[in-house]
Design a protein around this ligand. Sequence first.
Ligand SMILES: NC(=O)c1ccc[n+]([C@@H]2O[C@H](COP(=O)([O-])OP(=O)(O)OC[C@H]3O[C@@H](n4cnc5c(N)ncnc54)[C@H](O)[C@@H]3O)[C@@H](O)[C@H]2O)c1
Length: 326
Amino acid sequence: MTILVTGAAGFIGSHLCVQLLGRGDSVIGVDNLNNYYDVSLKRARLSLLEGNENFRFFHADVSNESDISGIFNNNGPIRRVVHLAAQAGVRYSIENPMAYVQSNLVGQMIILEQCRRHQGFEHLVYASSSSVYGGNTKLPLAISDRVDRPISLYAATKRSNELMCYCYSHLYGLPATGLRFFTVYGPWGRPDMAAYLFTEAILGGQPIKLFNHGNMKRDFTYIDDIIAGVISALDHIPAAVGDVPPHRLYNLGNNHPESLLKFVDILERELGCKSIREMLPMQLGDVTETYADIKAAQLDLGFAPITTIEQGLPQFVAWFRSYHGV
Ligand SMILES: NC(=O)c1ccc[n+]([C@@H]2O[C@H](COP(=O)([O-])OP(=O)(O)OC[C@H]3O[C@@H](n4cnc5c(N)ncnc54)[C@H](O)[C@@H]3O)[C@@H](O)[C@H]2O)c1
């Protein structure tokens, strides 16, 4: 089967491509290799894929309609898409809001249009985010909870993606599954996220920034558990039921929130050095705690995250040391 993966040079996308190729799928990867973070990391992830004869890569922007329609039209029938390309990051959406409008809203619309126009198209799986829960305080965060109070533009674009997909499912019967990821970490992880930022700072003798004075909890979810959930979602094509269109939403989180300070303690132990902790107030757009209710994903997709931060952080540190030669 041929699967189009957008954001293929990204953290989650590159891991997904490795797993899909490993089980015998053909993968068409798309990424614009933007410089939101170090492009050499994106290229290094791609180099893991490019030797595989079942992988083709297109350096293209999902918000460029002619490039994306060309890829759909010229690469055999593409029946399944995993759309992960997006401008990620809560904090950067305060600085550069238009990047989010272009990649996350225009880009998603162009992918949706291509999917619904192609005869025989089977399933669109796309990335949403735990950030759609905004400042909700009822925990765990459940799919049935209200999500109309985003507190960052990033979250607003991700919630908009869900509504756009719901609408296309309703209008055109397009099967689509949205996945709300909860703080994903692991080897090849993003330089703007806690595991990478803290490891880099601790090894460099620089202070780490702990917002809300470190009084935060996150449902840190290991990359392999996330990828298992994405692939299971891809293989479960939603059906229309009565007046419910073939659109589903799932939380993919570890279902086990951990304190940020414990996360730092484990990193320090693994790195063999202490951090310099800079305690700071809460940041605009951030939330104090995330905790995923994963009942629906367990039931429908067999989603079963198993990796604790005690197991997952050493894997990240080992990768960081070998990638950077430190
Ligand atoms: N990592 C997490 O913890 C997390 C949590 C919630 C949601 N998500 C979502 O999951 C998806 C993947 O996240 P990630 O952590 O792998 O991020 P990432 O930034 O590593 O990957 C995204 C990739 O998309 C590419 N991209 C961005 N805009 C593009 C565009 N307009 N056209 C083509 N390519 C473009 C980037 O170059 C990048 O390689 C994103 O949609 C993100 O919002 C991630």
